[in-house]
Write a protein that binds this ligand. Sequence first.
Ligand code: HEM
Length: 408
Amino acid sequence: MLSENTIRVIKSTVPVLEVHGEAITSHFYKTMFAHHPELLNIFNHANQKQGRQQAALANMVYAAALHIDNLAAVLPAVRQVAHKHRSLGIAPEQYEIVGTYLLKAIKDVLGDAATEEIIAAWADAYNVIAGVFIGLEKDLYTASENQNGGWEGFRSFQVARKVKESDLITSFYLMPTDGNPIATYQPGQYISLRMKPEGNAYAQIRQYSLSEAPGKPYYRISVKRESARMERPDGVISTYLHGHITEGDLVELSAPAGDFTLNTEDSRDVVLLSGGVGLTPMISMLNTLVDSKVQRSVTFVHAALNGEVHAFRDHVKTLAEQHENIQAFYCYTQPTPDDREQSRFHREGYIDAAWLSQMIHEPLESDYYLTGSVSFMQSMYAALSEIGVSPENIHYEFFGPKTNLIPA
Ligand code: HEM
């Protein structure tokens, strides 16, 4: 346990470190990678370039430090990260490396202001926080490896089918090359895919939601081709998957992970609300609800630019036609003339609270699942709050490093 004095020092220095937070974590990554270049095989280089990972790590260390005497307060956020770490294969000894370079960065950036007492207090605090992560991750590793069909680390899979779902999204059906069973998963979970595109010095890992219901002999992921936009370059892995990977090629996967999952015990109405490629876990949830033959009322709402980039439209439409308890609505911000002619969408423009509450049978009695870009999620969260939906009925997941949805 930490002494009262250590807790006092930590709490009094959190605001100072927050001010320098991103400078400290950028410096930390630079020195850590210089001494441990092997870690470049696990960190997402695109997130590094955009500074997103720096912010995520800094925010979590400070949030945990602020609640150092009551870590239960940040446990849900820690659990989510622990799932990601497990999926990436992060090992306990790597926490020592991160701790060493984080403390060094605090010293280097704060200079004389970082007294010995402050550094010692942060070393203690980091060890406590790392201990919580390592403990949670150990349980997740054990559970995943002991599961029927589960495995440790990365396993070789072959692309059995590659199917274009829209102009931007393509599905990959992945089967293990060893021919053994694969672990089941909960709808909403993801896998980590590792590959080293030709010409790249380091391997790269990306997380992709599973887009099919569990219980199949394959995993399916549906990947959006991330083209360059403004200062952001092409997505290295997504463009490689789309452009180079074909049926028969091999990729490596770690076992399914993630704590954003459909509550299958619940009998309340379900609303699946997605924007863009955020629809992939929603398709898994929808297919699972269909496979399990439950009679819960399901409302599937999807926002896309237009029909050309809208994946799984026919699939969802067919399910809605075949099942009385399923209804689907599509909102396009820039419908094409074809979309209009063929009445492919239900609303033009953005989704708002008034429209949403008309589409949903029991808005205040439903369970909501949201996925999409940060701005989409923020506006959906605001719309649901306006309708009066209580926060515990709203479940969400961001793609990429977590950002807080609820305004401070
Ligand atoms: C992801 C925090 C230790 C490697 C993350 C994220 C956070 C975080 C907040 C973002 C999760 C998300 O995507 O939502 C922490 C904290 C640590 C710690 C507070 C220490 C107490 C480590 C260690 C390693 C590591 C020891 C391995 C050397 C990674 C990687 C990612 C990640 C590779 C994904 C990054 C990406 O894809 O850009 N971590 N982490 N972390 N962490 Fe950690």
